[in-house]
Design a protein around this ligand. Structure first.
Ligand code: GDP
Ligand code: MG
Length: 200
């Protein structure tokens, strides 16, 4: 069976969430990834609150991705629900902002980890097309010391946008493979075939 068919039959489907304060570019990253558009007025045309569905190829296998976008105020109301209900998180900050990034990341990571210690997270420094005010070298070291990946993205120019989503999906697959090893139970869905094929 080829991988395209495995993906179709497996119905691989993950739910992810974009986290981070208002204005960092979450809605813009989703619109760039799913519709390849960048709209400077995106903030007013937000898709917040709902899932937006798209498909991507992972190792040649189609994966359905349900992406959730939120308003900042929704976080405080239902953080626990959102973190539990998703398979992975893209945590976004704005590299053009002069706000202290370490404090920002610590706060977000702690709130997420308190709810789910293992949910895969990829950190995005968005707006790389604008002058970078954040100390990228220090931030990047700090993020890798927390065991996470860090990517600089631009929803405006598209830089690294698909890569960021795909990296998160592959982190989700890896994490599910690790869970599978721990539980030692045999899966009957398509993930099993992908794990075996790629020796995950
Ligand atoms: P959200 O509140 O996190 O969803 O942020 P939005 O997607 O609404 O973006 C906030 C503002 O930043 C909007 O004016 C966007 O056009 C702008 N923006 C988002 N991403 C980028 C980017 O990569 N580069 C630049 N220059 N502006 C961006
Ligand atoms: Mg938004």
């Amino acid at each position: 069976m080829d991988l395209q068919n495995i993906g179709k039959q497996s119905g691989l489907r993950f739910k992810i969430l974009l986290a981070g304060e208002d204005g960092v570019g979450k809605t813009s990253l989703i619109l760039r990834f799913t519709h390849n558009i960048f709209d400077i007025t995106a903030k007013t045309k937000t898709i917040e609150g709902d899932y937006i569905t798209t498909n991507l190829n992972l190792f040649g296998a189609p994966v359905r991705l349900d992406i959730q976008d939120l308003k900042e105020e929704s976080w405080s109301e239902a953080m626990s629900y959102f973190v539990k209900d998703n398979d992975g998180i893209l945590l976004v900050f704005d590299t053009n902002s002069a706000k202290p990034v370490k404090t920002y990341l610590d706060t977000w990571l702690k709130s997420i980890r308190d709810i789910n210690a293992e949910i895969p997270i990829v950190v995005l420094g968005n707006k790389s097309d604008l002058p970078v005010k954040a100390n990228i070298k220090k931030i990047s070291q700090y993020i890798s010391s927390s065991g996470l990946h860090f990517i600089q993205t631009s929803a405006k120019t598209s830089e690294n946008v698909s890569y960021a989503f795909k990296l998160l999906v592959s982190e989700i697959v890896k994490s599910k493979a690790a869970q599978k090893k721990r539980t030692e139970t045999r899966r009957t869905d398509g993930l099993d075939v992908i794990f075996n094929r790629y020796k995950l």
